[in-house]
Design a protein around this ligand. Sequence first.
Ligand code: DAH
Length: 359
Amino acid sequence: MTSDLTDDLLALKTETDAALAAATDLRAWDSIRIAVLGRNGTLTGLLRDLGKTPAEQRRERGAALNRLKDALNEAIEGRKSALEAAALDERLASERIDPTLPARPRETGLIHPISRTIEEIAAIFGAMGCTIIEGPDVESDWHNFTALNIPEHHPARADHDTFYLPAQDGKPPPVLRTQTSPVQIRTMLTQPPPIRVIVTGRTYRADHDATHSPMFHQCEGLIIDRNLHLGHLKGCLIDFLRTFFGISDLPVRFRSSYFPFTEPSMEVDIGWNRRTGDLGGGGDWLEILGSGMVHPRVLANCGIDPREWQGFAWGMGVERITMLKHGMTDLRPFYESDLRWLRHYGFNPLMPTMLHEGV
Ligand code: DAH
């Protein structure tokens, strides 16, 4: 098609082809297009000059220019398509996604099951108007025992497998608190009734096997008000246990018991199936916490008049209710910092405890 072009036109075609071949991107390509076909382009100039061609040559020159124009258009458009296809290939290669690779979620820390249970306890009792408080791990003998109506030489002291610290100033030796109950005493000594508090924290007893650790956690509750009776205690704990375990008809049984600091005292059992370990039905009972009406002597020890104020209290093991809720059988991994266990039983920190969604 271009074989019958005059030399000058053929030269333009050859030159343009070479420039197009050298253009490696669309920007370079576009400047060639403008240089040839643009308003001041070479071909445009040649077409404009056609009028100056002597009349006898004009027809032939015009026809040749038209053929050149077609050939150039074709070459320029062809190069554009090639460059666009190459650019697309390059993008596809650089943005390639391999859908067969397993997704790799971002590493985030997880909430330890003990912390999670404490958050849940705080959410439930918080909704009942309780404040969460803490107390010291090293306690005086008086706060841990005597003020709680466990006098010296009382057999209840022997049950606690207490860790004693060296005695000072002739006073009874301080202890690593064996229960969170001394924080009841600290609260009543510093806060006038009515009182609604929850205590969570570490407790210590010299005991170690699959279900006992020398350090463990307890959660304690103390409510002091006027005209309180056993019905309040029962309603409060039934509501807590059903919300915490997420079983709205969880059977709850109150069984008469003994604690020096409550009168009457009750142990609280929940229904479960001993064979399968399932909570709820099954007809068996599992002891879950201790409770009772605060002993008048304990109120009096803290300067609260038991004729005007009554109280109820309870205490439970945080590890124990955590293990039951999540079907864990061994207590020891709670403190072993084994990342595989923590990843399995840990909780997503972005999913906080929400009472209205059920804890
Ligand atoms: N302190 C008790 C224990 O460690 C648990 C307990 C029982 C706490 C009855 C209480 C209560 O506040 O009223 O075994």
